[in-house]
Design a binder for this molecule. Structure first.
Ligand code: AQP
Length: 327
């Protein structure tokens, strides 16, 4: 069960277009963690998870490639970090079954993400209900130490930890109990409507959207109707929350003071966000274009990543199956 480096593990579902919530909540911290030589990062495209909501095969394949391109364009270095498709690691399904046999139904019934989707009208399938078990398998199968995620995944991480502890209690020390890494400042990035930004709610700003269309979306971000001349509370404003993601500390202080002074129009803040957005992703946008022009290279990165991830998964699964009495 010993690994020489700290393993960092995270995934993104190809369930739609990646957005600022995915970027600031998970990708940016995950990319920063790859710079630490003590970390060995495993990042994956969670296509089995996305299957719960994506019945169109071509769309699922296409979105999977796009997630990989987005991640690479944003700075994932395949020389240092292992990037792979979840579905290339068949062992995950075996571990999912073993963990399912330990999971009380009540634990799944309490998961907010499932309840939230159902309350928004999604007709759930068993896959969506069982999502936290698959997620636990995704994490535990690589002896992961650290899992950078947005706050919406906190409860799922707790389920993962519970299942690992339950397994160890029942069968003896076998699974490593991981820790979530959630940054307060980017834990929940708000969408255009002020709710959590989500691929499946029509409230997101794409990382690599068409700039004109993104500008229009930014201009639609919901605000209150405080007149321009009046002072405003930045801490209750979606625009300020989004501006803060991009701006340097001194710029944030200046913007805060401008809110509190009065005389600042929301249109000005929206324009400032758009300019920051454009600048922040300009180099990545160029990199994405050249990566997209070379699909064989992308496939090779994913193939090589899967090979490395699978070697670890096979060892952990062997340990688990031996512990439960299957091997
Ligand atoms: N709004 C957000 N703020 C902060 N972090 C976020 N994440 C997602 N939205 C926000 C983080 O992004 C990572 C990848 O998420 P995911 O693709 O696995 O699924 P999700 O959390 O369910 O993201 P979406 O966009 O809301 O997808 P759909 O609509 O398909 O369910 C995770 O670490 C997540 O915390």
């Amino acid at each position: 069960m010993t690994v020489s480096k700290r393993r960092v593990l995270s995934g993104i579902q190809p369930s739609g277009t990646l957005h600022l919530g995915n970027y600031f909540g998970m990708m940016k911290p995950a990319l920063e963690m790859q710079a630490d030589p003590d970390n060995q990062c495993f990042y994956f495209i969670a296509d089995y998870h996305a299957l719960t909501q994506t019945p169109d095969p071509e769309l699922l394949r296409k979105r999977g490639r796009e997630v990989a391109l987005d991640f690479l364009a944003c700075g994932l270095d395949p020389e240092r970090t292992v990037l792979f498709r979840q579905s290339d690691i068949a062992e995950i399904m075996q571990l999912t079954w073993v963990l399912s046999c330990l999971t009380p139904l009540g634990l799944l019934e309490r998961c907010h993400s499932y309840k939230d989707k159902v309350s928004r009208g999604l007709i759930p399938n068993a896959g969506l209900f069982n999502y936290p078990i698959l997620m636990a398998a995704d994490i535990l199968i690589y002896d992961s130490h650290l899992v950078p995620v947005g706050r919406d995944q906190k409860q799922h991480l707790e389920v993962t930890r519970d299942l690992a502890q339950k397994f160890n209690h029942q069968y003896g020390e076998c699974l490593l109990v991981p820790e979530a890494i959630i940054r307060d400042e980017t834990a929940v990035v708000p969408g255009l409507d002020g709710q959590k930004m989500s691929k499946s709610y029509d409230n997101y700003i794409e990382i690599f959207g068409d700039e004109k269309a993104v500008r229009k979306k930014i201009m639609r971000i919901k605000t209150d109707s405080t007149p321009v001349e009046e002072p405003k509370n930045p801490d209750r404003c979606n625009l300020f929350a989004i501006y803060k993601l991009f701006a340097a500390p001194a710029e944030i202080r200046e913007m805060r003071a401008a809110y509190e002074r009065g005389g600042l129009g929301y249109g000005q803040v929206k324009q400032a966000i758009f300019e920051k957005y454009r600048e922040h992703f300009a180099a990545a946008r160029q990199r994405r274009l050249s990566l997209a022009a070379n699909p064989e290279q992308l496939e090779e990165i994913l193939r090589a990543g899967a090979e490395k991830a699978r070697a670890v998964a096979q060892k952990v699964l062997h340990r688990v199956l031996t512990a439960v009495g299957i091997k």
